[in-house]
Design a protein around this ligand. Sequence first.
Ligand code: AHG
Ligand code: MN
Ligand code: MN
Length: 331
Amino acid sequence: MTNSSSPNLELFLQQQNIPEQLKELLMQVAKSCDSISQAVNRGALDNILGSAGSGNIQGETQQKLDILSNDILLDDNVSSGLLAGMASEEMDTIYPIPNDMPKGKYLLLFDPLDGSSNIDVNVSIGTIFSILETTQSDSVTEQDFLKPGNMQVAAGYALYGPQTILTLTTGSGVHMFTLDPNNRQFILTRSNVLIPEDTKEFAINMSNLRHWDTPVKRYIDECIAGKEGPRNKDFNMRWIASMVADVHRVLTRGGIFMYPWDKRDPNKPGKLRLLYEANPMSFLVEQAGGLSINGPESISTIQPNHLHERVSVILGSKNEVALVQEYHLQK
Ligand code: AHG
Ligand code: MN
Ligand code: MN
């Protein structure tokens, strides 16, 4: 049953104490996510599943939907007059708004389609976005995008699952909106989300166990030891392999999500991208009372050095993440 008293995204934003232009931008991003959601829903009917036959700058094979989603976000936002530039996991360099277009003061960064390995198997995927502000509207450079996570003015994701859900923060809590497919409105269905401080659920790709560093191995070993081990409780494991879906579960019922640095490629700080994945998700998790670290330190204060920088990510229920941090600091 639809709750008719719940506001849609537009009404909700009207009540927020944020600049009008930021409200407009968030409406525009939500519209792009709706379009991506419609493409995702059609899948093979529109011949948009499978590989695009190309690779991105990070050496990953691009799926057709990675490129389509990227194009939707670019096309929808280029002429809004709200942005100085965009950056994406799927583009080699930043995309400054061309000089013949109106410009604004915001920077939009995105992972257009997160969970690419799940596209063809009809498992939840999503779009992750981060919004920064700049004073360089006319001549934006990569440097303007290299801001720590605590400088974000808004962040969120759209999850394309059994329902399409938009989750958002502008620094005043975390709010979730469900897309009503009948009228294409995002309706507020959960506000002021809080992550339980304790959990019995962890998410990590266990196939990498032999490559982990000691603190991560110690933490997971202790979880697996269950009631008989030092934690005195049994844990459960979930790994969807779409960060957006795993983080949505953590925000919804608690848990700890980890994609840590490992020894496979020691010079690679992690798999996930700081600007398009780790920063926006960390903003959401912290706004929901959780923690997000790279091991020893908080992700939100890391100064990025490169656009496509990667980082180790451990986030979720406060007490569990704090324990993993303690293990890293004891190392
Ligand atoms: P993307 O599809 O944007 O490249 O991101 C995939 C990421 C993330 O969503 C997920 O948590 C992780 O990669 C899954 O990695 P494994 O395949 O190693 O489990
Ligand atoms: Mn991703
Ligand atoms: Mn992606």
